[in-house]
Design a protein around this ligand. Structure first.
Ligand code: HEC
Length: 105
């Protein structure tokens, strides 16, 4: 009887972790993956930009001072951004902005 309950407990925890962990890391990965696919070729993998090519740093003090809304707006409205960047859906822009914030720390 006791063993059955222990097995049930272990199973419940295993199922809970199985459901939770992929979701958590997936959400974090998403912004990183999107950044690498859509932004890194210009702004650099570390978001430091390319001064020689007039591509601004996203981890500068100026960029840190920008609000999330400002950053999101820049992504979809900068004339220099390719249409594949400007047309990113809002939820993906949000994921990228939070990834950029993590690079700013
Ligand atoms: C084709 C190269 C290119 C790609 C790809 C690109 N950017 Fe940019 N980005 C630029 C350039 C060039 C500017 C400066 C434009 C200007 O000042 O008018 C800029 C400006 C910005 C700014 C405004 C910075 C500031 O200091 O005002 C942000 C924020 C930004 N980009 C974020 C992103 C993000 C996030 C992505 C990916 C979704 C991205 N960019 C993809 C070239 C690029």
């Amino acid at each position: 009887m006791k063993t059955t309950r222990l097995v049930m407990l272990v199973m419940t925890i295993a199922v809970a972790l199985f459901i939770l962990i992929p979701n958590l890391s997936w959400a974090a990965d998403d912004g990183a993956t999107l950044y690498k696919a859509k932004c890194a070729m210009c702004h650099g993998p570390d978001a430091a930009g390319k001064p020689a090519a007039k591509i601004p740093s996203l981890i500068s003090d100026e960029a840190k001072k920008m609000s999330d809304a400002d950053l999101a707006k820049a992504v979809t409205e900068k004339a220099k951004h390719p249409s594949t960047v400007k047309s990113l859906p809002a939820d993906q822009v949000k994921a990228i902005v939070s990834y950029v914030r993590s690079l700013q720390k």
